[in-house]
Design a binder for this molecule. Structure first.
Ligand SMILES: [Zn+2]
Length: 485
């Protein structure tokens, strides 16, 4: 009895000890299982959501495996013309061909010596294939690679050609886009390069100071000059919603505050101006005066609304524009800022986005250049529909700015767009980029038809002269080509 009791005691003791020990082991097991499940789930989730980046990563050997199995897909214009394709010679050697040479150099890009443009943006699709199994069997039997998926872009060969030809030997950039969809129809940057010769010319391209590889449309930072009066005007309207119409200024060709003087372009004397005519004539003196009246902190907020010093909703490589306005700005800084000079810099693509938002009632559509991805046997693999990015301004503000931009055409610096079969709206700029020099970059940004905007055009021509004289005629050619056919 005693023995049994003892035995039972021992058992109880053992039980106690056992119930002490297994408990933490279970907790630890459960804990590690949970961590393991989380980790696996995360890896699955991450791989799924980032499959494009993972495949595109040059350290991933999967890219090489895919290229050994699939031939790189083609890139097409919006009307189905080949912009890039891979051909195979009789000995099985592949080469990447760009039938339009340097016409689409930056936007279509290249796929050797690194990748750029759409070749980089759509690399994942171009090296993968979505053809049916039966087609794969056929390809295997004939000993050919599987054809990669193809990219159908929104690019318009005719508009691209016009922009390219009109820029002629100048350096600069042209962007043509649809404000209602965000689709990019043309993007030219000069000087360019012939992507057919990229391997051969690589060393001289990367050592060149002509920056041929730089896409000036998205990466070129320029002083916005008078096109920046759009931003200054928006802030003035915001601060004076019921009285901006009462503004009056007498231009004598220059404006002085303290020791700082701002001159009108070529010292022109603009006489008596209201707010609208100050914008139409692009009077620097009047805008320096407007600039000094603005609330620095509020203007800073408006610049943030307009995506300055910020990310852009753009998948192509781009530079961030910069424009600063805060309480510590000096009088001189404020006058320079109001007319888009000083330290302010902007990419043509950013200006195109703001112009598109004005044309689209204040809402910026996310810029896109790919319409859809299709397999070689005609299946739509991925289709992109227009998406709203954000509202940059109210629809009232957009409509006031539209009226002001129509005024630039009717009575101001873009009069070369007047009296046509459509009504255009825009803003010119002649941005000085060297001190003590009258050299200027010619800018124009605008849209047409003003009452129902279909296309938006932004142009910069480096070192050409005035925007009205050099950039506006190019815009006219693009508007004509798009609206008159
Ligand atoms: Zn003036």
């Amino acid at each position: 009895m005693k023995k049994t009791t003892k035995h039972t005691d021992r058992n109880d003791n053992n039980k106690e000890k056992f119930s002490d020990k297994p408990y933490p082991i279970i907790i630890i097991s459960v804990f590690f299982s949970a961590v393991f499940i989380c980790l696996i789930s995360y890896i699955c989730w991450y791989s799924y959501n980032n499959k494009q980046d993972l495949v595109n990563n040059s350290h991933n050997t999967r890219q090489a495996i895919l290229l050994a199995q699939n031939s790189r897909g083609s890139i097409y214009s919006s009307d189905g013309q080949v912009l890039a394709e891979t051909t195979t010679d009789s000995e099985g050697n592949e080469s990447r061909n760009y039938p339009f040479g340097d016409l689409f150099s930056h936007i279509v890009g290249y796929s050797t010596n690194g990748k750029a443009g759409i070749e980089s943006l759509a690399n994942y699709y171009l090296i993968n294939t979505s053809i049916d199994l039966s087609k794969k069997v056929e390809a295997q039997e004939s000993g050919t690679k599987f054809p990669g998926d193809s990219v159908y872009t929104s690019l318009d060969v005719n508009l691209q050609q016009i922009a390219y030809n009109q820029l002629s030997a100048y350096k600069g950039a042209v962007i043509v886009s649809e404000p209602k969809t965000g689709k990019i129809l043309a993007m030219v940057s000069k000087p360019g390069f012939d992507p057919n010769n990229i391997e051969k010319e690589w060393d001289s391209l990367i050592n060149s100071d002509g920056t041929e590889l730089l896409n000036r449309a998205t990466q070129g930072l320029y002083p916005p000059g008078s096109t920046f009066k759009i931003m200054t005007s928006l802030e003035y309207i915001r601060e004076n919603p019921s009285s901006y119409n009462n503004y009056s200024f007498n231009c004598t060709g220059s404006f002085t505050s303290g020791t700082d003087t701002i001159k009108c372009y070529h010292g022109e004397n603009h006489g008596t101006l209201d707010f609208f005519s100050s914008f139409a004539k692009s009077c620097n003196s009047s805008f320096a005066n407007i600039g000094l009246s603005l609330d620095r902190s509020s203007f800073g907020d408006t610049l943030s609304d307009l995506m300055f010093n910020d990310e852009l909703p753009l998948e192509l490589n781009y530079s961030k524009s910069s424009a600063t306005c805060n309480e510590s700005m000096s009088t001189s800084d404020m006058m320079q800022l109001a007319i888009g000079q000083g330290t302010t810099s902007m990419t043509p693509m950013h200006l195109n986005m703001i112009t598109c938002a004005i044309a689209n009632g204040g809402t910026l559509m996310k810029p896109s250049v790919i319409n859809d991805i299709e397999s070689a046997d005609g299946k739509v693999v991925e289709s992109y529909s227009p998406t709203e990015y954000k509202k940059l301004m109210s629809s009232e503000e957009a409509s006031i700015l539209t009226e002001m931009m129509k005024g630039v055409v009717e009575t101001g610096t873009a009069s070369r767009l007047k009296g046509l079969s459509y009504t255009a709206a825009g803003k010119t700029g002649s941005a000085e980029f060297k001190e003590s020099s009258s050299d200027s970059h010619a800018w124009f940004t605008g849209f047409a038809p003003a009452e129902d905007p279909q296309i938006c055009v932004t142009i910069i021509i480096e070192n050409a002269g005035s925007g009205g004289e050099y950039a506006v005629p190019l815009a006219k050619r693009l508007f004509d080509a798009y609206l008159e056919n």
